[in-house]
Design a protein around this ligand. Structure first.
Ligand code: NAP
Length: 248
């Protein structure tokens, strides 16, 4: 069944990894998808071409969503081109891991900007358009690091915990306009973001995951598209953990 027919969806950081899988799954459901990227235009265009080849509709838009002009430009592109935004997935994210003694203030600010500030900026711009239509689905990609904390990631964990607070506050603010705001909290998923972890750490991490494996990008995409769909219309302010049981 086509769940997202006539829907316009913006996915930040959709050129690679989890964002790419979310963009493909939304498009498969019938949504027109705006594939945002920061640097990797060729990879974003590949995602667009893959969607079009499968009979879907998509376009790419390069913007640093941690910057006000980038986030506003992305949302303006979507509304100018397609007339509305139904779905916003705030997925763009990065890490700059280190123990706090060796982490610079710049490492802290930069991760907060890319992960948390971007989520606030894109949500702010999109909510304006969603309110006019009295319809909206916002899904923020947080992390179990924002729930459990993770040593070596004081910046990343703070940004992801911030996204959880933002999700709940915004859910309360916009609920009367038929806009839901939820978050997905993945555990460990193999992407460019996690590919540099040493082999022994990977093995140790696996032993702690009750389901005994890392998540796939599709595992995260399934949860995200559920929260973006009308099947989840009575769910708001929820943090859906997708981690093989790791954080329980
Ligand atoms: P990834 O493979 O490194 O991909 C990151 C994506 O974000 C790329 O498309 C990148 O664009 C884009 N991006 C980075 N900074 C941006 C910015 N300032 N403006 C716009 N786009 C930007 O990462 P991933 O593993 O798929 O992670 C996606 C999300 O899931 C992140 O929020 C991450 O924190 C979260 N998450 C991941 C895991 C995991 O285990 N992988 C676990 C929990 C949560 P370019 O290609 O142009 O660089």
């Amino acid at each position: 069944m086509v769940q997202f027919a006539e829907k316009i969806a913006v996915v930040t950081g959709a050129s690679r990894g989890i964002g790419r899988a979310i963009a493909l799954e939304l498009a498969q459901g019938g949504a027109t998808v705006i594939v945002n990227y920061q640097k990797n235009a060729a990879a974003a265009e590949e995602v667009v071409q893959q969607i079009i080849a499968a009979g879907g509709s998509a376009s790419s838009f390069g913007a640093d969503v941690g910057l006000e002009e980038g986030a506003n430009g992305l949302i303006k592109y979507a509304t100018d081109t397609y007339g509305k935004i139904d779905i916003l997935v705030n997925n763009a994210g990065t890490t700059r891991d280190n123990v706090i003694m060796l982490m610079s203030a710049d490492d802290f600010d930069s991760v907060m900007q890319t992960n948390l500030r971007s989520t606030w900026l894109c949500s702010k711009a999109a909510v304006r358009a969603m309110m006019r239509k009295r319809y909206g689905r916002i899904v923020n990609i947080t992390s179990i690091s924002g729930i459990m904390g993770n040593g070596g990631q004081t910046n990343y964990s703070a940004s992801k915990a911030g996204i959880i607070g933002l999700t709940k506050a915004l859910a309360r603010e916009v609920s009367a306009r038929n806009i839901t705001v939820n978050a997905v909290a993945p555990g460990f998923v193999m992407t460019d973001l996690t590919s540099s972890l040493p082999e022994d750490m990977l093995k140790k991490l696996n032993e702690n995951i009750p389901l005994g494996r890392w998540g796939s990008v599709e595992d995260v995409a399934h949860a995200t598209t559920f929260l973006a769909s009308d099947a989840a219309s009575y769910i708001t302010g929820h943090i859906l953990v997708v981690d093989g049981g790791l954080a329980m």
